[in-house]
Design a protein around this ligand. Structure first.
Ligand SMILES: [Zn+2]
Length: 113
């Protein structure tokens, strides 16, 4: 086993054979903005395909000026939902590392089909 070189914006979390897990980190360094990415080889005898799944944890923008907990709670009660947005920022190097990881892993999993 060889030591790996750290890459900006992307962290390898695990290799589970037919699936790989990564964390993509935001350029602003807030781990609230992390995006968890799984690249998997899924399917059955009829055919296998590669799927990418992104998991994002969202939080209410508690710190944002004008955010009102009671108004948000009221909206959920009345409208039944609360909309929130997620932003992940990558610089050029980070974007290239993420793109290269996707390309490499998809090719590797294609080979296992
Ligand atoms: Zn961020």
């Amino acid at each position: 086993m060889k030591a790996q070189t750290p890459a900006r914006s992307i962290m390898a979390n695990g290799d589970f054979g037919d699936s790989r897990a990564y964390t993509i980190t935001c350029e602003c360094q807030s781990n609230n903005h992390d995006v968890h990415m799984w690249i998997e080889l899924n399917g059955d005898e009829d055919g296998k395909d590669i799927e990418m799944i992104f998991y994002v944890n969202t939080t209410t923008p508690f710190w944002r000026e004008g955010f009102n907990r009671f108004k948000t709670a009221w909206n959920i009660l009345i409208n039944g939902y609360h909309e929130s947005q997620h932003t992940l920022l990558l610089n050029k190097q980070g974007a290239m590392n993420v793109a290269n990881t996707i390309t490499t892993v998809v090719k590797e999993l294609e080979g296992k089909k």
